[in-house]
Design a protein around this ligand. Structure first.
Ligand code: FAD
Length: 469
């Protein structure tokens, strides 16, 4: 009997236990992607990027003599339809951990089992499934370092090869046409600008990993804090959709560590930050939409998404160069350097005293590496409301940060065109990427700070006074 492999955030063929086990079941293997309401709920950029990823995967499957079957609708109904149409006896998938996916998958598994179908889920999206890491007293971790100490010596399964053959059914079930799904509909005119920055699919992700290990791992300790240079792996885009697995990254990082590459252990630690985010999301799903530290509930954040200062922040027009450069980088490339993410998040939540959820939502609309767990953790960390967060009274100074991390102003001159003679192509392309309705042009005058660094810091500290965080 055929096995359906229900793909979600695991768009690859190698290191894919769910797929491999399906190939070993003996019958045909039918890869399926279901456009259900979790896909409807995606932000513009992640949805567009998912569409590109699906197109690429369909090509990779085709090259193996297989096909990607696309269907729209409620997951259980679609799976039941496909089981009826193909006579499939089993459904495999890779586990996800966000509350919506968990609720859906739990219900699907129970219903299929009741139908007599062999429904099986597999681990691979994370290395340390959230319930397998416990403190000595049986609780979950709220602080990163002990979490790291607990997992760093664990055995991580070696990556698996791609299946040699993908047994095909005699007749393929019908599939939707990916173009009809219009996954890029909400991207407006930015898509053409962002597209050259996308690295699509498994082979490109492997190339990124190889490039990082060979050329960047040694200098990663410094390189990861230099937003003007290519010093990090850039793998978040691919990890978000499972075009590479964390196991593959982990083993490459371990090898580099044993070869004596200096930054390799820090890379492993960063991969474990991702694991920690998933750990927190599993144990405290409220991290996604509420202050993790409830003491912050009483704080009078500005929650007006249409406030002029919020608009300036979104548009990269705050007059604070580091903030604006980073916001524009995100609009053009769909990604933002980690240092930039920390600076813009700190500026929004501390200098502008805005609710971190405004920023979380904007990142969700713009990032092609959007990840529910990492994004929520990053925002709450920056705001001070999260677990193991930066202390609330630590307000990044976006001006002195520039002296520290962009001494030569390479980063800001790459992204800010206004007032410059030699305008970088990327700075220009920001004006191609943004919606026309914003009414901005490269020869506009660069704004003066909407809230200057020192003034904002003082305002934030006085707003925090007499509060018990
Ligand atoms: P590298 O430095 O090469 O690190 C390797 C991998 O480790 C990354 O690909 C990522 O999977 C993981 N990683 C690194 N740093 C972190 C971190 N702080 N938290 C969790 N995982 C980490 N990351 C996302 O993948 N998606 C998001 O939506 C996201 N939103 C963020 C929002 C804010 C406000 C902040 C402060 C951080 C956010 N991050 C997010 C984390 C981090 O900025 C990115 O993972 C990193 O910049 C990706 O670049 P890279 O792949 O070159 O990372």
């Amino acid at each position: 009997k055929p096995t359906l492999v229900w793909l979600r955030r695991d768009l690859r063929l190698s290191d894919h236990p769910a797929l491999l086990a399906a190939c070993e079941n003996g019958g045909a293997v039918i890869p399926v992607f279901i456009h259900d309401d979790t896909v409807d709920a995606l932000g513009a950029a992640p949805k567009w990027r998912l569409g590109l990823g699906l197109g690429h995967l369909a090509g990779a499957l085709h090259a193996k003599g297989s096909q990607l079957i696309l269907r729209k609708g409620d997951a259980l109904e679609v799976l039941r339809d496909l089981i009826r149409e193909t006579g499939a006896g089993a459904v495999h998938w890779t586990r996800l951990y966000d509350p919506d996916a968990v609720a859906r998958d739990t219900a699907v598994k129970a219903a299929l089992k009741e139908d007599g179908v062999d429904a099986k889920s597999f681990a691979r999206h994370v290395m340390f499934e959230p319930w397998t890491v416990e403190t000595k007293t049986g609780g979950y971790y709220k602080v990163y370092t002990p979490f790291w100490n607990m997992v760093k010596g664990r055995d991580v399964a070696a990556p698996l090869p791609a299946p040699k053959d993908m047994p095909a059914p005699d007749t393929w079930p019908e599939s939707d046409n990916l173009d009809d799904w219009q996954m890029g509909a909400a991207m407006r005119r930015g898509a053409d600008v962002v597209r050259p920055h996308v690295r699509l699919g498994e082979a490109a992700a492997q190339d990124r990993l190889d490039h990082f290990i060979t050329h960047l791992a040694q200098g990663y300790n410094e390189g990861r804090d230099q937003p003007w240079k290519d010093g990090t792996s850039n793998l978040s885009e691919n990890l978000a959709l499972g075009e590479i697995s964390p196991y593959q990254c982990w083993h490459a990082g371990r090898r580099a560590m044993h070869e004596g590459k200096q930054g390799a252990e820090t890379f492993l630690k960063e991969l474990v930050w991702r694991e920690f985010a998933y750990h927190l999301m599993h144990h405290t799903p409220r991290i996604l939409d509420s202050n993790w530290k409830e003491a912050w509930d009483a704080f009078p954040w500005n929650t007006d998404e249409n406030h002029a200062e919020v608009t300036a922040w979104k548009q990269g027009r705050t007059g604070i160069q580091f903030v604006d450069a980073a916001m524009r980088e995100m609009y053009v490339t769909g990604r933002m350097h980690n240092r930039g993410r920390m600076i813009v998040a700190s500026y929004l939540t501390k200098h502008l005293l805005c609710d971190w959820k405004i920023g979380q939502k904007w990142f969700e609309a713009c990032l092609i590496d959007w990840d529910p767990a990492a994004n929520a953790m990053g925002w709450q960390w920056s705001a001070g409301s999260g677990p193991d967060a930066t202390p609330y009274f630590r307000v990044f100074n976006p001006v002195t940060q520039l002296d520290k991390f962009d001494k030569q102003r390479d980063y800001v001159s790459r992204w800010i065109a206004e007032g410059r003679k030699n305008v970088h192509d990327d700075a220009r392309s920001y004006f191609d990427a943004i919606p026309k309705a914003w009414g901005l042009k490269a020869d506009d005058t660069y704004p003066s700070p909407i809230v200057p660094a020192d003034e904002g810091r003082k305002r934030a500290l006085s707003a925090y006074e007499n509060r018990d965080f």
